[in-house]
Design a protein around this ligand. Structure first.
Ligand code: ZN
Length: 134
């Protein structure tokens, strides 16, 4: 594919969640069908930290079950960088566990910046985000 398609509503919810949690890092999941993200799942950052995140696994399991019930796939995993650039950290790259898009919402400037990546075996490929109407 080389890009990720996201419904505008799910995109806004992701950015809003990240802005709400600032100065802490926020995290969550993006799901959808036919390769288009239609839903954003806010997940609690159990680290409650401005420089790291770990997802609440109970919420992740519940979200994955609901995706399955609705015939949706996990298409993306997002987190925010409240005080740094929209580029994955070494830690982010080393902790990739699932073959999906990895999105970073950077909040260190006036306007949020969102970037998406495909990360495989330490190799980081930027992919454009294509917003579609909800
Ligand atoms: Zn990060």
């Amino acid at each position: 594919m080389g890009y990720i398609r996201i419904a505008a509503g799910a995109y806004r919810e992701m950015v809003h969640h990240c802005m709400e949690e600032k100065p802490l890092e926020a995290c969550g999941l993006l799901s959808g069908s036919e390769g288009t993200v239609g839903r954003c799942w806010n997940i609690r950052n159990v680290n409650q930290s401005p420089v790291s995140f770990a997802m609440d696994m109970e919420q992740v399991v519940t979200a994955l079950q609901q995706m399955k019930q609705h015939n949706e796939q996990l298409l993306g995993i997002y987190h925010s960088h409240p005080n740094s650039y929209p580029y994955p950290s070494i830690f982010d790259i080393e902790h990739v566990v699932y073959p999906c898009s990895y999105l970073i919402v950077s909040l260190n400037r006036l306007r949020p910046r969102v970037r998406s990546y495909r990360i495989t075996g330490g190799d980081v490929q930027h992919e454009p985000i294509w917003l579609v109407p909800s």
